[in-house]
Design a protein around this ligand. Sequence first.
Ligand SMILES: [Zn+2]
Length: 170
Amino acid sequence: MMHRKETGKSVVYRFDEFDAFGMASAPGASFVGTFIVPKEHAHRVQEGNELGSLLNLYDEKVYGIVLRKQWSRAKRRRTWAYYYPPKAYEMAPCDCGNEDTHWSEFEGHLWCDRCQKDFIPKHNGLFDGPIPVRVAAKLGVRFDRVILATDRLDRFDMDAGKWESEKERP
Ligand SMILES: [Zn+2]
């Protein structure tokens, strides 16, 4: 849930277990936090992508935007994972320097064999921003995935922009 409230000089955005799992750069958790944005900068907060734009503004450390509280650490289990490892998508390595990581059982996380831990990558490589599927296809990137419950390989059709399992549905 997101609540927006205007006060005298600021706009306050309050997020209460806000579901951010669909965000390209979400670190795999729901979001709990409050942003206080000076009114003169409120126009930079995009409607429909409030959390994304607020996090960007906050990361830029400008405009006097204040963030209170942190990411909620609730983790959601993956139902599928890409067939190819995170390295194939240029995702950030583990802090220890290991680039050969695996998909963690939790969304938004990777697994490092060397450290025996789940971690949130510093960036999500190709997944940060809209995936340019056709460009990626030309470069030989594949988006095939494995459905974990059944171990089924689900191929991604580059022309249709869909997985095979999605095409089966009417
Ligand atoms: Zn590591």
